[in-house]
Design a protein around this ligand. Structure first.
Ligand code: NDP
Ligand code: HSE
Length: 429
């Protein structure tokens, strides 16, 4: 019988609490799977006096990380602190000290994953990060193992639970943005600084991780274009619905020949597309493979227990590797040269909401601009503005390239009949 596996945890907040609950609650099943018991022996917290919503032997808590990182008895470190500092240094020290690491920290994985993975390989330790993307959905395993035989061409994901929760409440209940953000924070979905959720950065970090694995390319955060949800209005959501679309914050990673593009932006998704009905804190990742076709993975994208499920699954993998003597993470193979797609190669439909002068000939002037750049239109819808003498025009284009759309937009800025470009969305589905 193997000796018990000893785990040190860094953090006992939303996710850390869930990890303790699962490790303690599923003790017998876990032991049967890994061949020995798993014990959480020490837990790092910031504030030793804080009231916890889990009962834990206070002698296990420490505010001195050395009690964990330098404890030779501890085999595995679970990092659920968040942020880059000091998490990254703690993880590096853990690896140097020969401890396997498991993290839910997408900031660290997206920005410093390669460095950590190299250190893990050198130290013959495992580094696992299933919970860093899409909470309870096992999407990292799916991409690394399930799709290892295929060539992925596109990954589209709703990968931030907080913003999906906010957009769902805005769409279904007409709720105000600020109120719903507060609810998402109270439910433990948001990051400690929720601007990274609402500005799209959290989703961008997750898409960096997925694109890197999916395309075998060393994608970096700086390669992405990122836009968050702050500018989405109730009006956009209402017009979208009227025309058969739902607004979602979508991460899109696509490959064309040998070039790739990764972006995060609010997107209008056709109501009959499976991603349109992903509501609340749920996430979904839609993967297109050359051989398999279209697949979708769906589940809770944040929250205590779903996220903890992914972490403890990583713990089981580490423990099984320990039993077999096969620890030692290998870098995900970034063997393809990175080439980024140009705007001329990015094709998509677009939704535009324009505020225009309400007079004869305006529609003709507008459609002429689209024609000038060979952007053809799928539908045009106009209605008078209730509050001032102008009209609102909503246009949905056929597939157009991004470079042409940028030129259309530049011309609209100089066209006197266009008073304001209110909104522009990419359209999918
Ligand atoms: P919380 O803010 O709820 O918990 C953070 C924990 O870390 C707390 O216990 C805190 O101590 C401790 N901590 C923070 N900084 C320090 C420090 N410098 N020294 C010692 N202890 C520290 O975060 P979450 O549990 O929500 O998130 C943890 C990680 O998991 C993050 O990387 C997050 O992005 C990721 N994640 C979160 C999800 C979620 O749904 N919440 C889902 C998927 C991933 P104390 O309790 O004393 O304040
Ligand atoms: N803040 C993140 C979200 C947590 O809302 O998706 C899960 O990574």
């Amino acid at each position: 019988m193997m000796k018990p596996i000893k785990v040190g945890m860094l953090g006992l907040g939303t996710v850390g609490t869930g990890v303790v609950r699962i490790v303690e609650g599923h003790q017998e099943d876990l032991a049967r799977q890994v061949g020995t018991s798993i014990e959480i022996t020490r837990v790092l917290v910031k504030n030793l006096d804080k009231e916890r919503n889990i009962s834990i032997d206070s002698s296990k808590l420490t505010d001195n990380v050395d009690d964990i990182l330098n404890d030779p008895e501890i085999d595995v470190i679970i990092e659920v602190l968040g942020g880059i500092d000091p998490s990254k240094e703690y993880l590096k020290t853990a690896l140097r000290n020969g401890k396997h690491i498991i993290t839910a920290n997408k900031d660290v994985v997206a920005l410093h994953g390669t460095e950590l993975m190299e250190l893990a390989e050198k130290s013959k330790c495992d580094m696992m990060y299933e919970a860093s993307v899409a909470g309870g959905i096992p999407i990292i395993r799916t991409l690394t193992d399930g799709f290892s035989s295929d060539r992925i061409t596109k990954i589209m994901g709703i990968v931030n639970g907080t913003t999906n929760y906010i957009l769902t409440k805005m769409s279904q209940e007409g709720a105000a943005y600020g109120d719903v953000l507060k609810e998402a924070q109270d439910l433990g979905y948001a990051e400690s600084d929720p601007t990274s959720d609402v500005e799209g950065l959290d989703a961008a970090r997750k898409m960096t991780i997925l694109a890197k694995i999916g395309f075998n390319v060393n994608v970096e955060l700086s390669d992405l274009t990122v836009k968050g949800i702050a500018q989405i209005t109730k009006e956009d959501i209402a017009y979208g619905k009227k025309l058969g679309y739902e607004v979602k914050l979508l991460g899109i990673a696509e490959r064309k020949d040998d070039s790739i593009s990764v972006s995060v932006q609010p997107t209008m998704i056709k109501l009959n597309h499976p991603l349109a009905s992903v509501g609340g804190v749920y996430n979904a990742v839609y993967v297109y493979g050359e051989a398999v076709g279209e697949t979708m993975f769906y589940g809770p994208g944040a929250g205590e227990m779903p996220t903890a499920t992914s972490i403890v699954a990583d713990l089981v993998s580490v423990a099984k590797n320990m039993r077999l003597g096969t620890n030692g993470s290998k870098l995900p193979p970034a063997y393809r040269v990175k080439k980024l797609i140009t705007d001329e190669q990015i094709d998509s439909k677009y939704f535009l909401l324009l505020n225009v002068a309400d007079k004869a000939g305006v529609l003709a002037r507008i459609t002429q601009v689209f024609a000038d750049y060979e952007v053809s239109l799928e539908s045009v819808f106009q209605q008078p503005n209730a509050t001032n003498p102008s009209a609102e025009i909503i246009v949905i284009t056929h597939i157009a390239n991004k470079a042409a759309m940028n030129k259309v937009m530049a011309d609209f800025k100089n066209l006197e009949v266009v008073r304001e470009i209110r909104s522009v969305y990419r359209v999918e589905g």
